[in-house]
Ligand binder design. Structure first.
Ligand code: NDP
Ligand code: GDR
Length: 325
């Protein structure tokens, strides 16, 4: 039975990846941080089928001990301080986790078993102020936030350990991907949750930031499949994963509100507090390398994704209201 170690298993992608790998017959070891209250909401349904181990990307000893004890075949590094606005408030912490955390894990792999295959969760935020459209593996990076800068470090240290030590280390450059499990502060989920609340009479306004920025939004379930496909290749390489379509935040609002028969203009207001010191205006990816080499392609369209998320938030909130009656 192949064994995978997943950091960030309690997050959106970690939970979907764990489910996907269980279906492929993997044994799963997941890294969780110690906290005073347990939040295993996303992995609740599979908790009895996986092994959770305590550790932190800030703590090298914990990583080394886990690798030593469990000897995984594959390591997926999905853990990060992943919210872009927080990276301006906590730039050093973001660097410690999102950048140096990658080196800690890679170096533990190098010393314990250099045959372990490694996946690094790189990001389209590395392209930032884009140098070409669409963005592909060879597009130069120009990050626009401490988060983006940290991810550039994580990307290059992954490439460096591949080239220096011959590790099977892959950097997946994933464009934004969403789902009903997306954290509530990210824009898609904030909008779909907001639409459901407005529809159910729980709130009237949705306070947003920049409506003009454009993103290439895909479905998280499609994207975790790509992570696994990358590690099944004989040669490690880097791959862009994207839909090739770009939509503005305004379009996102329109599609989400229309799905609930609401007019977005009647409810959405803008506030400076959600604007960023430096913005990434336009992202759209070219995933043709992943198509050709991995045979990967996305299955969900933008409209399907957003409508599915609105429906899921409606259902969740209706249930909450009923339970509170
Ligand atoms: P989430 O924010 O949903 O999950 C982040 C995970 O990292 C959580 O499990 C969190 O644990 C864990 N974590 C944070 N800090 C530490 C730490 N110091 N030690 C151990 N674990 C830690 O992110 P996503 O699932 O959306 O993203 C997964 C990865 O992919 C991230 O690295 C993200 O930067 C990257 N990425 C995401 C994209 C997207 O669109 N979703 C696109 C491109 C890249 P806890 O539950 O305890 O907070
Ligand atoms: P992003 O995602 O920064 O692309 O990073 P997010 O959903 O936070 O923002 C996308 C765009 O929407 C604009 N926006 C708002 N964003 C938020 N969060 N809240 C708002 O109210 C709002 N109004 C407008 C933003 O300015 C931005 O342009 C995500 C994360 O998952 C990263 O970890 C990952 O690496 C990248 O996607 C790819």
């Amino acid at each position: 039975m192949p064994k995978a170690f997943i950091t960030g298993i309690t997050g959106q992608d970690g939970s979907y990846l764990a489910e996907f790998l269980l279906d492929q017959g993997y044994e799963i070891i997941g890294l969780v941080r110690r906290s005073s209250t347990v939040n295993f909401e996303r992995i609740g349904a599979i908790q009895d089928r996986i092994t959770l181990v305590s550790g932190d990307l800030l703590d090298q000893t914990s990583l080394t001990q886990i690798l030593e004890q469990y000897r995984p075949d594959e390591v997926y590094n999905l853990a990060a301080q992943s919210f872009v606005p927080t990276s301006w408030q906590q730039p050093v912490f973001t660097g410690e986790v999102t950048a140096l955390g990658v080196t800690r894990l890679l170096d533990s792999i190098r010393t314990i078993d250099s045959g372990i295959r490694f996946y690094q969760a790189s990001s389209s935020e590395m392209f930032g102020k884009v140098r070409e459209v669409p963005q592909k593996e060879t597009t130069p990076f120009y990050p626009r936030s401490p988060y983006g800068v940290a991810k550039v470090y994580g990307h290059w240290i992954t490439v460096n350990y591949r080239e220096s030590y011959g590790l099977h280390a892959t950097s997946g450059i994933l464009f934004n991907h969403e789902s009903p499990r997306r954290g509530l502060e990210f824009v898609t989920r904030k909008v779909t949750d907001g639409v459901a609340r407005i529809k159910l009479g729980l709130q009237d306004r949705l306070v947003m930031g920049n409506l003009d920025s454009r993103r290439d939004w895909g479905y998280a379930k499609d994207y975790v499949r790509a992570m696994w496909m990358m590690l099944q290749q004989d040669e490690a390489s880097d791959y862009v994963i994207a839909t090739g379509e770009t939509h503005s935040v305004e379009e996102l609002c329109r599609v989400a509100f229309e799905h609930a028969d609401l007019d977005w203009k009647a409810h959405v207001v803008q506030d400076q507090r959600f604007m960023r010191p430096a913005e990434v205006d336009l992202l759209v990816g070219d995933a043709s390398k992943a198509g050709q080499i991995l045979g990967w392609e996305p299955k969900y369209t933008f409209q399907q994704l957003i409508e599915m998320m609105v429906d899921a938030d409606m259902k969740r909130l209706q249930k909450e209201i009923k339970n509170n009656e």
